[in-house]
Ligand binder design. Structure first.
Ligand SMILES: Nc1nc2c(ncn2[C@@H]2O[C@H](COP(=O)(O)OP(=O)(O)OP(=O)(O)O)[C@@H](O)[C@H]2O)c(=O)[nH]1
Ligand SMILES: [Mg+2]
Length: 339
């Protein structure tokens, strides 16, 4: 747990069944709840955070860390009251909160979820199980068990589009990349280069998992609607747009052929349209458009160059990935030999 968090009285709100759970996990080789930090980013979630923390405490997860973005309601007090540790983030946005919190966690595993009561603490075991099998990052797929009214139609449509775009651009199928229910090892999180501040953190996590070849898996979780008295922090249009832009700009180092190639194809297409117009004017009306002809040629040339650049960058990335994998394998072997 972080040193500078507001620690609670050790015995308050602790679960009775913890001993049983720990013993069970030792027998089955599952992850022990004592090794897990339940991380909950919050911003004005007083209506729900108490129940979320209590549910985890009751299930034996003693280390619940609420990282708060300076809530103006009673979120911090309610979380403390329920037995969580509370860390007030130094910056702004969910992404910054998660990065800051994980950097201070000294347990090996993190189970992260929203504080709005939309995820089910009963899914915790299912989320953590793959980590005991060697996976490094687990995504809870909300679409597998979603209540009919849990997500507005616009959000649901946007989510599906974003997942499709992710599959196409980044070449992996994680079903629900924007899910806030994640389980991961702190070690793997530290290997990722994350710098998202706001709601693009989930997108960045998914892209970085592909980029760094993390062992990632998806498990079904249930997802319910926010209670009526709790308010969303999400702006579907603005945040959706930012996420799509993030998906695209993260392709620069993960799929440069798509990043530069799409720009190149756009240049070739626009140049081609202008060139067709110039040719048509010349053939049909006998009018020459020298300036437009130069613009068309420049567009096509620039497009072809960008496309070539994309192909070369793609080769560089493939080679880099190969070297990276080799290095990871070597590090692992050295570590295993040392142990
Ligand atoms: N620490 C911190 N937490 C935040 C911030 N913004 C949002 N959160 C929390 O991040 C979690 C996800 O935010 P939500 O508003 O639920 O976003 P969402 O789940 O995509 O949208 P909903 O459909 O409204 O649930 C919630 O627990 C929020 O309280 C922030 O700036 N700082
Ligand atoms: Mg939510």
């Amino acid at each position: 747990m972080p040193d500078d968090v507001t620690a609670m009285d050790d015995d308050r709100g602790r679960a009775d069944g913890r001993g049983e759970l720990l013993a069970m996990s030792e027998q089955t080789g599952q992850i022990s709840p004592a090794d897990v930090c339940v991380l909950v980013p919050t911003l004005n979630e007083a209506a729900t955070i108490g129940d979320v923390v209590t549910a985890f405490q009751d299930a034996g997860y003693r280390n619940v860390l609420v990282v708060d973005g300076g809530s103006t309601d009673d979120t911090q007090e309610v979380a403390l009251e329920a037995g969580a540790d509370v860390l007030v983030q130094s910056g702004r946005g969910k992404g910054q909160a998660v990065r800051e919190a994980v950097s201070q966690i000294d347990l090996p595993y993190v189970l992260m979820l929203d504080g709005d009561g939309t995820y089910d603490p009963a899914d915790a075991g299912r989320m953590l199980e793959p980590l005991s099998e060697g996976y490094e990052h687990v995504i809870g797929n909300r679409f597998a068990g979603m209540d009919d009214d849990a997500m507005r139609r616009l959000n649901s449509f946007g989510n599906r589009m974003i997942n499709r775009a992710f599959r196409f651009i980044h070449g992996a199928d994680y079903d629900d990349i924007l899910s806030g229910y994640r389980a991961f090892t702190v070690d793997s999180f530290e290997r990722l280069s994350l710098d998202a501040d706001g709601f693009t953190i989930e997108t960045e996590l998914a892209v970085e998992c592909v980029k760094h070849g993390l062992e990632t898996t998806v498990v079904p979780v249930s997802y319910t609607a926010r209670p009526e008295d709790s308010e969303t922090n999400l702006h579907p249009i603005r945040d959706g747009g930012t996420i799509i832009l993030a998906l695209y700009s993260l392709a620069k180092t993960n799929n440069p052929l798509f990043y530069f190639g799409s720009l190149g194809l756009a240049g070739i297409f626009l140049g081609g349209v202008v060139a067709s117009y110039v040719l048509w004017q010349w053939v049909i009306n006998g009018v020459g458009h020298e300036i437009l002809a130069v613009v068309a040629a420049a567009g096509v040339l620039l497009g072809v160059q960008l496309l070539m650049f994309g192909v070369l960058s793609d080769m560089l990335v493939s080679l880099h990935r190969e070297q990276h994998r080799r290095l990871e394998r070597l590090t692992k072997q050295t570590r295993e030999r040392d142990e």
